[in-house]
Design a protein around this ligand. Structure first.
Ligand code: ADP
Ligand code: MG
Length: 337
């Protein structure tokens, strides 16, 4: 606290593929917005960031592009990522009057070059110094798991672009895996199912809302859910069209992605030392990230691996919270650098 009074401001950024959440030391999570940026094509000028930019996805005129620079879990476009981070740092940083120290959480499994790019982007965006923390580790801290104790914990973070699975003990990651079967892959599966079966083209945002409303990891559970109307463009006539789709069909469309998530959990369990496996059986697996909210996912994973599965408290904010808690240990990260 004394440190912050003398101007060593610290902020934690959960640079998610779908959402960026910012934690300010002493304040908690102060902002959370979609990781989207809209820019003028020719000049590269920023038109909008966050929520405003998200509303433009799929609706921009030819001269503007709205993109998600972190979409696949890595920095696909360095300059746009830096611009987006600058927006978030300025949004919370204008009160600081000086450059903050920043801890950024990135999805696990990135290469050294990609990690370096995130740090460089943060420095370019106005950080005084920048450190990284791996997403599953931050998620586990935020989910209140005993990461520093000699007890094994397993966390599965299902975000937009990536699913990160890790077992953690004594302050370190013991085994981990990452794949791209996460929220976006479910949305894409819904889009392609609707295109193939109904000749209807729908947008990413429509697919996402259908998933949230009617998607389930269990086809049995989906039978209890309703059906919904979906609008898009008919690929044959080119005209707007509305179809009705029921929850079982939406859920069938995403089953392959759900199976891949279960697959990576199994794989990680197989790579886990026996003492830690025993702890995981006792304590269960904890799900974080927005994908943890998919209906019946806990049951589907638990049935497949025969271990209890829980959703963390406030799964969408676990990583930002964990990154925020890690700010108090910035000296440790400094030494590791
Ligand atoms: P990231 O860390 O990659 O930014 P988040 O943890 O913010 O991702 O999660 C975003 C993902 O969670 C999106 O794909 C979103 O569609 C999905 N999601 C959010 N709520 C739900 C829900 N109720 N059911 C299924 N998926 C959800
Ligand atoms: Mg995340």
């Amino acid at each position: 606290m004394v440190l912050s009074l003398f101007g060593k401001k610290r902020i934690g950024i959960d640079l998610g593929t779908a959402n960026t959440n910012v934690y300010v030391e002493g304040k908690g999570i102060v902002t959370g917005e979609p990781s989207v940026i809209a820019m003028e094509k020719d000049s590269g000028d920023i038109v909008a960031v966050g929520k405003d930019a998200q509303n433009m996805i799929g609706r921009t005129p030819g001269s503007i592009v709205a993109t998600r620079p972190m979409k696949d879990g890595v920095i696909a476009d360095f300059d746009t990522t830096a611009a987006m981070m600058e927006y978030f740092i300025n949004k919370v940083g204008s009160r600081f009057g000086q450059k903050p120290s920043v801890v950024i959480c990135v999805p696990g499994g990135g290469t050294e070059v990609e990690k370096r790019a995130v740090i460089d982007a943060a420095m370019m965006a106005g950080a005084r110094e920048a450190f990284l923390i791996e997403e599953p580790f931050a998620a586990a801290i935020g989910a209140d798991l005993p990461v520093n104790e000699p007890t094994g914990s397993m966390v599965v973070d299902i975000g937009g672009g990536t699913t990160d699975v890790a077992t953690i003990s004594l302050g370190g990651v013991v085994s981990s895996n990452m794949n791209r079967s996460a929220g976006d892959a479910m949305d894409e599966a819904i889009i392609s199912h609707i295109r193939n079966k109904f000749n209807l083209l729908i947008g990413e945002r429509s697919a996402e809302s259908v998933k949230k409303e009617l998607g389930s990891a269990s086809l049995e559970a989906a039978k209890e859910l309703e059906s919904t109307e979906i609008r898009g463009r008919d690929l044959v006539t080119g005209l707007p069209k509305t179809i009705t789709m029921d929850a079982v069909e939406v859920s069938e469309a995403i089953q392959e992605v759900v199976a891949d998530i279960i697959g990576i959990v199994k794989e990680t369990l197989e790579q886990t030392p026996p003492e830690i496996s025993a702890d995981v059986i006792d304590r269960g697996i904890v799900l974080t990230g927005g994908g943890a909210l998919l209906d019946s996912l806990t049951e589907a994973i638990s049935d497949a691996v025969d271990v209890p599965v829980f959703v963390a408290n406030d799964p969408l904010n676990c990583v930002a919270l964990g990154t925020g808690i890690a700010l108090s240990q910035i000296e440790v990260l400094q030494k590791r650098k």
